[in-house]
Design a protein around this ligand. Structure first.
Ligand code: PLP
Ligand code: COI
Length: 365
């Protein structure tokens, strides 16, 4: 029917995720959000993207629709066997007035690698990028003013078809939603206190630690909650074989600096290859730092001059103290470390186009 959006003209029976619980937000103005007190939490926005693919077939063309709940079979692969992955990126206002994404092709590539590992059809790069751009554009009023936060973009890929045997689902859904967010760690760049866990591991060799599988995250919730209860911001995970090499900080990659050399744990398949990690490495090298990807013994990190962690949500977060067993080490007198500060300033300047984007990392929506 002329004037109808694809979502409105869609018959529920023609789509496996029947549309229920539709709640359209008031689109008049954007006064309901206080941009100055954004935290890293979910705010419902206006529109979302969705596409499906039957096993062994090509992806159907996706479409935009109002943000709404999903209807899934109780036997859907994702809720029975965790067949799903997600991505995370940020859209933000740049100084030139454009809304820009940061290296979205890298997220697209990582999602394809994750899809292959988890037995799902990879979403083609062009489809991924179009979906992300459309979702940002149709929620543009939720992009915080420059410097106040970002619009967090959350692509999801999951087995939406019903399956009882432990096998890939007969149908998959690719969905993109967005939410305005502020800092991931309370206090933003203020140095965090972390605890090294000797009890829990995030991933083991041969597992799914190197991809953004949804199942990697639930097992970290209790350790993280326990650490927070005792005043720490997050957990540092050690490797599951030797129990002594640093892997990651919750949902962020780890860096330390000793005698001017920047080190980050090498990618062994158990660590998520972060887009921010790769960017910090390139940025630091371009500034003349020696950057090493290597095994980082926890004792080496405890003796380092400075430590920080990086990620899309975390950006660059300085580490004030690390506790491991009987040792508690404070870095840089509890102040933000100089390398973390330099990397934060340079990275955010590129992300907001306050300086020329020499690496061509930003992409307009
Ligand atoms: N490590 C884990 C486990 C993560 O979930 C994330 C977040 O995506 C990162 C590291 C950082 O990756 P990126 O910089 O691509 O956001
Ligand atoms: C991100 O940095 O985008 C993440 O995915 C972290 C997240 C799990 C909140």
């Amino acid at each position: 029917m002329p004037g109808e959006s694809p979502a409105e003209s869609l018959k529920a029976e023609s789509f496996p995720l029947a549309l229920i619980g539709v709640r359209v937000l008031n689109r008049d103005g954007d006064s309901e959000l206080d941009w100055d007190s954004l935290t890293f939490s979910f705010t419902q926005t206006d529109r979302m993207y969705m596409a499906t693919c039957k096993q062994g077939e090509e992806w159907q063309s996706g479409f935009m629709q109002d943000f709404q709940n999903l209807s899934l079979s109780p036997a859907a692969g994702v809720i029975n066997y965790g067949q799903g992955l997600f991505e995370g990126m940020k859209a933000q206002y740049a100084e030139d007035g454009n809304v820009v994404l940061f290296r979205p092709s890298d997220n697209a590539r990582r999602s394809r690698e994750g899809a292959r590992r988890l037995g799902m059809p990879p979403v083609p790069e062009e489809m991924f990028l179009n979906a992300v751009k459309m979702t940002v554009k149709e929620n543009i009023r939720w992009v915080p003013p420059i410097g106040k936060g970002a619009l967090y973009v959350r692509p999801l890929l999951f087995g939406s078809g019903a399956i009882l045997g432990v096998a890939p689902a007969p149908e998959f859904t690719f969905l993109v939603y967005v939410s305005p967010v502020g800092p991931y760690f309370k206090g933003g760049i203020t140095p965090t206190s972390l605890r090294v866990s000797d009890e829990f591991h995030r991933a083991a060799p041969g597992g799914s630690g190197g991809v953004k599988a949804i199942g990697n995250y639930a097992p970290g919730m209790v350790p993280s909650k326990m650490a927070k209860k005792e005043g720490y911001s997050e957990i540092i995970y050690l490797d599951a074989v030797n129990h002594k090499y640093i892997e990651e900080v919750g949902a962020a990659n780890f860096f330390c600096v000793k005698n001017g050399i920047i080190s980050t744990p090498e990618l062994t398949g158990t660590i998520l290859p972060g887009v921010t990690r790769a960017s910090v490495m390139e940025l630091a090298e371009s500034k003349g730092y020696e950057v090493r990807e290597e095994k980082i013994d926890v004792d080496y990190a405890l003796d380092a001059d400075e430590c920080f962690c990086v990620g899309t949500a975390a950006v660059i977060s300085s580490i004030g103290t690390i506790e491991h067993g009987d040792r508690v080490v404070e870095y840089c007198g509890g102040e933000v470390g100089p390398v973390a500060m330099e990397m934060y300033d340079s990275l955010t300047a590129i992300q907001q186009r306050r300086v020329p984007d020499q690496f061509n990392w930003t992409v307009e929506v």
